[in-house]
Design a protein around this ligand. Structure first.
Ligand code: SAM
Length: 272
C-alpha cells in the first residue's frame, strides 16, 4: 500500500475528500493515463498523493493543483525530491493551465491531465476544462457515477442535458470503468466512474451563444425544443425547419450535429 494509505486520514467533506486507497484502482487509473518519461501531467486534487506517486514513478513530470492548503507542504516534502514535481495551491476550476505549464515546464506543447474530482465541482470543472483543452493531449477523470452517466448519455436518454452537449462539443468521450465505494477512505455512499476525454479542435460549439442556446433548450426538459426556445429566439420555427429538426422533439433527443445545425440556422437567420 502507498505511504498515504498507512497514515490516519483526516478528510474534509467540504472539499469532497475521499482518498483512493485501493492499489488496484490506483494502477488502473495510472494505466489509463499512460504516462511516460518526458510527459507533463497536470493532476487536479492530488489529495494525499495516491495517484501522484504512480505518475512520478513512470518518469513523467507532474503539476499538482490542490485547493487544501494543509495538504500542500506534505505533497511538496514527499515528491519535490524527484525534481519533476510542482504543487500549486489553487482552485482548479479557475486555474490557467497554459500559464501553469509554461511556468513550470516551459517548452511543453500539450500536457496530459488526471483528476479524481469531488461532485460539487464537476460541472464547473468540466466547463473550465472544455475552455482550457487546447493545451491538453487527453484527460482521465474520475467522477461520481451519475455525472459520467450524464456526460455519456446518448441522444434519446433522459440523462442527456446541458453538460452532455457541452462536453461532446469539446471532447471525444470514452467511458472506461467503474470504481466501488470500498476503494476510498472515507468510504462514499456512491460508486465512481472513470472516463477518458480527448480534446476536439475549436468549433462553433465553443461560442458563448451556442452555450446559451443549449442552456435555454434544456431549461424545462419536459417541454418541446420550440416551446423552450420561442421566447428567446422569435425565429425558432424557421430555424428548426432549416436545420431539419422537428419542432415537437424534446432537447434530450437531439444529437450534437443537430444542435450545431440549429445553431448555424439561428445565426444565419439573425444575420438576415
Ligand atoms: N487524488 C486523490 C485521490 O485519488 O486519493 C484525492 C481525491 S479527493 C476525491 C479530491 C481532491 O480534490 C481533494 O484532495 C480536495 O482537497 C481536492 N479539491 C477539491 N476541490 C478542489 C478544487 N476546486 N481545486 C483543486 N483541488 C480541489
Amino acid at each position: 500500500m502507498s505511504e498515504a494509505g498507512d497514515r490516519p486520514l483526516r478528510a474534509k467533506r467540504s472539499l469532497g475528500q475521499n482518498f483512493l486507497v485501493d492499489p488496484n484502482y490506483v494502477r488502473k487509473i495510472i494505466a489509463a493515463v499512460r504516462p511516460v518519461a518526458g510527459d507533463v501531467v497536470v493532476e487536479i486534487g492530488p489529495g494525499r498523493g495516491a495517484l501522484t506517486e504512480g505518475l512520478l514513478e513512470s518518469g513523467a513530470a507532474v503539476i499538482a493543483i490542490e485547493l487544501d492548503r494543509e495538504l500542500v507542504p506534505e505533497l511538496q516534502l514527499r515528491f519535490a525530491p524527484t525534481g519533476r514535481f510542482k504543487v500549486v495551491e489553487a482552485d482548479a476550476s479557475e486555474a490557467d493551465l497554459r500559464v501553469l505549464i509554461d511556468t513550470h515546464f516551459p517548452g511543453t506543447p500539450r500536457a496530459k491531465l488526471v483528476a479524481n474530482l469531488p461532485y460539487y465541482i464537476s460541472t464547473a470543472i468540466l466547463q473550465h476544462l472544455a475552455a482550457e483543452r487546447h493545451c491538453l493531449l487527453e484527460l482521465v477523470l474520475m467522477f461520481q457515477r451519475e455525472v459520467v452517466d450524464r456526460i455519456t448519455a446518448p441522444a434519446g436518454n433522459s440523462e442527456r442535458g446541458f453538460l452532455t452537449v457541452i462536453v461532446e462539443g469539446a471532447f471525444v468521450v470514452e467511458r472506461l470503468f467503474d470504481v466501488p465505494p470500498e476503494a476510498f477512505r472515507p468510504r462514499p455512499k456512491i460508486w465512481s466512474s472513470v472516463v477518458r476525454l480527448v480534446p476536439k479542435p475549436e468549433s462553433l460549439a465553443d461560442e458563448p451563444a451556442f452555450r446559451s442556446l443549449i442552456s435555454a433548450a434544456f431549461a424545462q426538459k419536459r417541454k418541446t425544443i420550440a416551446n423552450n426556445l420561442k421566447s428567446v429566439y422569435p425565429d425558432i420555427a424557421t430555424a428548426l425547419a432549416a436545420a431539419g429538426v422537428d419542432a415537437k422533439r424534446r432537447a434530450e433527443t437531439l444529437e450534437l450535429a443537430e444542435w450545431l445545425r440549429l445553431y448555424t440556422a439561428l445565426c444565419s437567420s439573425a444575420e438576415q
